[in-house]
Write a protein that binds this ligand. Structure first.
Ligand code: FES
Ligand code: FES
Length: 158
């Protein structure tokens, strides 16, 4: 089967790969590029575990074809920390124990970062609404929401 050549940027690094027409961006991230932080929960756009941003827009990578990544800028969970320095959201997730099994966590963090990039001072209701597409079986969401609001406050210097 012929493959398509894709030139993209992933976490700020120019990246090229070959993919088949039916491969999703999630398939390529995990299986070809070995960026396994993005998780496959449902493959149908329902759980948010595969969340990444594409040109700054939050998307489910299980619903996007890899060929559509051509000339786009992709951010995944692997690009969130700067070396050993965790992003404030990651730090607050730890401090608030906002994870248990951790399967949903990369997607929640990517989604929460997309929220704070767009709305640096969200209300609790806005945070819950924004994260409604990210399912978590373990935490009950309260700790996640508290962690996001605390990170937002810290990023404001409050
Ligand atoms: S794996 Fe993509 S939304 Fe669930
Ligand atoms: S921490 Fe287990 S699914 Fe969210």
């Amino acid at each position: 089967m012929s493959k398509y050549h894709v030139s993209t940027t992933i976490n700020g690094e120019p990246t090229e790969f070959l993919c088949e027409a039916q491969q999703t961006l999630l398939d390529v991230l995990r299986d070809e590029l070995h960026l396994t932080g993005s998780k496959e929960g449902c493959s149908s756009g329902d759980c948010g575990a595969c969340s990444v941003t594409v040109d700054g827009r939050l998307v489910c990578s299980c619903l996007m074809l890899a060929v559509e990544a051509d000339r786009r800028s992709i951010e995944t969970i692997e690009g969130m920390a700067q070396g050993d320095k965790l992003h404030p959201l990651q730090q607050k997730f730890l401090e608030h124990a906002a994870l248990q099994c951790g399967f949903c966590t990369p997607g929640l963090l990517v989604a929460a970062k997309a929220l704070l990039d767009r709305n640096p001072n969200p209300t609790e209701a806005e945070t819950r609404y924004w994260l409604a597409g990210n399912l978590c079986r373990c935490t009950g969401y309260d700790k996640v929401v508290r962690a996001v609001l605390d990170a937002a406050a810290e990023m404001h210097g409050e």
